[in-house]
Design a protein around this ligand. Structure first.
Ligand SMILES: *Cc1c(COP(=O)(O)O)cnc(C)c1O
Ligand SMILES: [Zn+2]
Length: 414
């Protein structure tokens, strides 16, 4: 059994029993899971966590699941890499890369979907669905396959091939929509109301978003049960940034770590930066934008949790910045060249923003800094295709040809 007491509205504070609803019927504010932290403090220890499986489900006590069966493809407990070479380039002494590109469907979305699909089973749904910018589609389709649930995936028609094929391989029903993600999402909300399907990021959003907290728990555990001083998270809808902060806050509250809340830095693409723009202009309310960026997994023009992301950054201290498509590609290449990690465009956004924040003196170079890499570069190869130059032509399998090539390379190094 979980430690969930019920659901609580983030705006008006009204409380409700657990059900597949994510919006407050009174004020339309988002619902949050309400936990019994006193009982959690009694029951959860570092030792009890460390004796769990080497996946995100070692933090099951922090998650809103009451059923017997969880759908776990082996998500989480991904590497936290000490990034000395990248840190040196950026002048950051204690930098770590949390590499969530190596999850079962190659993005951090497996964390939220593992929770949401497990919850859908618990509620007795026979169909799961989502509106997606790509990674969520891959993950929902895979988890539905494993759970044996019917699956409908709604995607915009301009997605990268890697993300489309990476969904279709699991044989869900794919509904491709001529329109932006925000339009796909609006259509999906209408379908959710009428068809009674479990849309992981719509009617199950309250439970779904809790999965992101495991990024914070893992980071602290992997840092020897200490907190970073500051971290950089990408922002699409704004959920993962706020939930990482919630996760660190829970560890402090339960006495599992000591210290103070880390500073929070958000990263967006300039071609879709409604949250960064509002933050920089001092606005608390977000003006939606029409996305135009290669970072398609972050291209949400009307971010559901954008205002909460701003509130989190203001409370904890930090900043929200954005970077151009050119900088995104450079960010992808920088991470690959220095640390051997190939991330997708979203990771390029995060790394390029990290570099910009470091350059502008917004990060403390002495603090432990964590940068969250949320997706895999193999899914967005078109982004780097043009920037790496031509692969050199083939040589004959002859030693002289090899030596000729080596001499040519010495004259014109790559
Ligand atoms: C979905 C996604 C995010 C951000 O998600 P939020 O909507 O802000 O929670 C970040 N990176 C990748 C690769 C994603 O797919
Ligand atoms: Zn309310």
């Amino acid at each position: 059994m979980s430690y969930v007491r019920g659901l609580r509205c983030r705006e008006c504070g009204a409380t409700y029993p657990v059900s597949p609803v994510s919006i407050c019927p009174e004020c339309f504010g988002p619902l949050e899971v309400d936990y019994n932290y006193d009982a959690m403090r009694q029951a959860i220890s570092r030792f009890s966590i460390e004796s769990g499986p080497a996946t995100m489900w070692r933090y099951r006590s922090f998650l809103p699941i009451d059923g017997d069966r969880v759908i776990d493809l082996g998500t989480g407990f991904t590497p936290l890499i000490k990034a000395d070479r990248l840190g040196k380039e950026l002048g950051l002494k204690r930098l770590y890369v949390k590499n969530d590109a190596v999850n079962p469907t190659y993005s951090f979305k497996d964390r939220v979907v593992s929770v949401a699909v497990s919850k859908a089973l618990e509620f007795g749904f026979d169909t799961v669905a989502c509106a997606s910018t790509g990674n969520l589609a891959n993950s929902v389709a895979a988890h539905a396959a494993r759970a044996g649930l019917k699956c409908y995936i709604f995607i915009p028609s301009d997605l990268e091939l890697g993300k489309v094929l990476g969904t279709m391989i699991y044989e869900p029903n794919v509904i491709t929509v001529r329109g932006s993600y925000d339009e796909v999402n609006r259509l999906s909300s209408e379908v959710a109301d009428r068809y009674g399907w479990a849309f992981v990021n719509i009617n199950l959003r309250t439970f779904y978003s809790e999965g992101s907290k495991t990024l914070a728990y893992e980071t602290a555990e992997q840092l020897g049960w200490t907190l970073p001083g500051q971290y950089v998270s990408p922002i699409a809808g704004g959920s993962v940034l706020t939930k990482i902060a919630k996760g660190f806050g829970e560890l402090l509250r339960l006495g599992l770590v000591q210290g103070r809340e880390p500073k929070v830095f958000g990263a967006q693409a300039t071609g879709c930066a409604p949250v960064a723009r509002a933050f920089k202009s001092g606005a608390d309310v977000i003006t939606p934008v029409k996305p135009n960026t290669i970072a398609k997994s972050l291209a949400i023009g009307s971010p559901a949790d954008g205002e909460y992301a701003i509130a989190t950054v203001k409370r904890a201290g930090g900043y929200i910045d954005d970077v151009s498509d050119e900088e995104i590609v450079q960010g992808m290449r920088l991470l690959a060249r220095t640390e051997g990690v190939f991330t997708e465009t979203a990771g390029g956004v995060t790394v390029a923003t990290l570099a910009k924040l470091a350059r502008e003196g917004r990060l403390d170079p002495e603090e432990v800094t964590v940068v969250y890499i949320t997706g895999n570069g193999l899914k967005t190869m078109e982004a780097v295709e043009g920037s790496l130059g031509q692969a050199p032509g083939a040589i004959a399998p002859k030693f002289e040809e090899f030596e000729g090539r080596i001499r040519a390379l010495a004259v014109a190094p790559a």
